[in-house]
Design a protein around this ligand. Structure first.
Ligand code: ATP
Ligand code: MG
Length: 411
């Protein structure tokens, strides 16, 4: 984060399984973000959202960052970075504190202590906390309070969503960023579905109860929101890469040719292909062959059905106590024709494809694609934290500042 004149420059680094994207945003005093730089490079060292080759990942990061620096005209020193992978775990926890024998006015310090109390969950030594997200408070048993500061009460209860990751995977991610010559901003690791949600969901959707799915190359990241708060998160180790691989195996194609066939002719629902076409492909042995478009869709659909069956299991586990109003699909695989129909059949929910919200800026058109939801979300996350710093700068105590840095802007 750097201050330039009256603007602050922030950078988001989305280290995905198929591509690394670096975006640069300029945030003005009204907290409007302009995206002024974009760099993207193929990701070679990441599998299912996890770094498997540090050297290759560093190269991909450097390439994306250099391009973003060229297009924005700014040197990037520090970034907000996404974190994903099957190692991510989340639990809902709550902490209760007694304020006094008689009702007293609740302070920020009380709020901090109640969240701290919720954080006291026994974590295995190999896990680290990534986020402690407040989901609401209860004062003297009265639930549904968004911000209890200033209210009278004797007992304060914080409901939180705690996201953890495996220490070694988080370390490898940090190492890649550092070896690429960058720093991660303080508390700058952001859970991928949380980042994506910031760029594609609107407040009404979060209020009603919504499920966000970011189906990328190697992972399907899921987040459930209700009453504006994050309710459940999880990461499934399956995505578009697996569809490409299925096509490569079935039709004996190179990964590059299978990817081309998928993007140009792929469809999630064979029953929607009314007029079949013969598609020319080059097999691994270099021979040209034709396959029918319907046959391609028939190989894709079982994988898509598998993904949504896994999502349904997660959804049924997590959202038992309330019903969901819809599902927002984002990530590159959400561009596969027919995917919304299949999702609707399996999950029985209204579906829309989520594009990153329009922001101003010179590269805005180039990022109007579900593949950039996470990258744009990282800038929104950066902007929100910047905003809370501005609001609190003059009057906050050292403890309050520590609290803000720990829990950031999740209210
Ligand atoms: N038009 C399209 N039709 C089908 N699939 C597509 C299309 N465009 C992109 N994809 C797929 O989207 C995937 C990449 O999406 P995205 O860029 O969101 O992934 P990522 O962020 O690199 O990976 P992850 O988040 O899983 O680590 C690839 O598997 C790609 O084949
Ligand atoms: Mg992604």
């Amino acid at each position: 984060m750097a201050a330039v004149g009256r603007h602050t420059i922030v950078s988001g680094l989305d280290i995905g399984t198929s591509k690394v994207t670096c975006l640069v945003g300029e945030i003005n005093q009204e907290n409007h973000i302009e995206i002024t730089g974009k760099g993207t490079s193929p990701s070679q060292g990441v599998k299912k959202g996890i770094v498997v080759d540090i050297g290759e990942t560093v190269k991909s990061i450097q390439q994306a960052v250099r391009e973003a620096e060229r297009s924005s005209g700014f040197k990037i020193h520090s970034v907000f970075v996404n974190v994903t992978g099957e190692h991510i775990a989340s639990i809902n926890s709550h902490g209760i504190i007694t304020l006094a024998n008689e009702a007293k006015e609740i302070t920020e310090e009380d709020m901090r202590r109640s969240i701290e109390a919720a954080k006291v969950v026994s974590l295995p030594a190999d896990r680290e906390v990534i986020h402690v997200i407040p989901r609401g408070f209860a004062v003297d048993g009265q639930n549904g309070i968004k911000n209890p500061v200033g209210m009278l009460g004797m007992k304060l209860e914080a409901n939180t969503h705690i996201v953890t990751g495996t220490v070694t995977f988080l370390h490898n991610l940090t190492k890649c960023v550092e070896l690429a010559g960058l720093e991660i901003e303080e508390n700058g690791m952001v859970l991928q579905p949380l980042a994506s949600s910031l760029s594609v969901l609107n407040d009404a959707e979060k209020e009603l109860g919504i499920i966000l799915l970011d189906i990328g190359g190697g992972t399907t990241d899921l987040a459930i929101f209700r009453n504006k708060h994050i309710y459940h998160t999880s990461v499934l180790p399956v995505g578009g890469y697996h569809i490409t691989n299925d096509l490569a195996v079935a039709f004996k194609l190179s990964p590059t040719e299978a990817e081309r066939i998928k993007i140009e002719f792929g469809h999630a629902d064979p029953s929607q292909i009314l007029e079949d076409e013969a598609i020319e492909v080059t097999t691994l042995s270099g021979v040209k062959e034709t396959i029918s478009r319907k046959a391609i869709a028939e190989k894709i659909s079982p994988r898509i059905e598998e993904i949504f069956a896994l999502v349904k299991t997660e959804m049924d586990k997590a959202a038992r106590e309330f019903s969901l109003a819809g599902l927002i699909l984002t990530g590159g695989t959400s561009l596969l024709p027919g995917i919304s129909t299949v999702a609707k059949q399996i999950l029985k929910l209204p579906i829309r494809v989520g594009y990153p919200l329009p922001l101003n800026g010179s590269v805005n058109d180039a990022i109007h694609n579900p593949q950039y939801s996470t990258g744009v979300g990282l800038l929104v996350y950066a902007g929100r934290n910047l905003n809370s710093q501005k609001v609190y700068r003059k009057r906050e105590s050292f403890l309050a500042r520590m609290f803000r840095n720990l829990f950031k802007d999740f209210f």
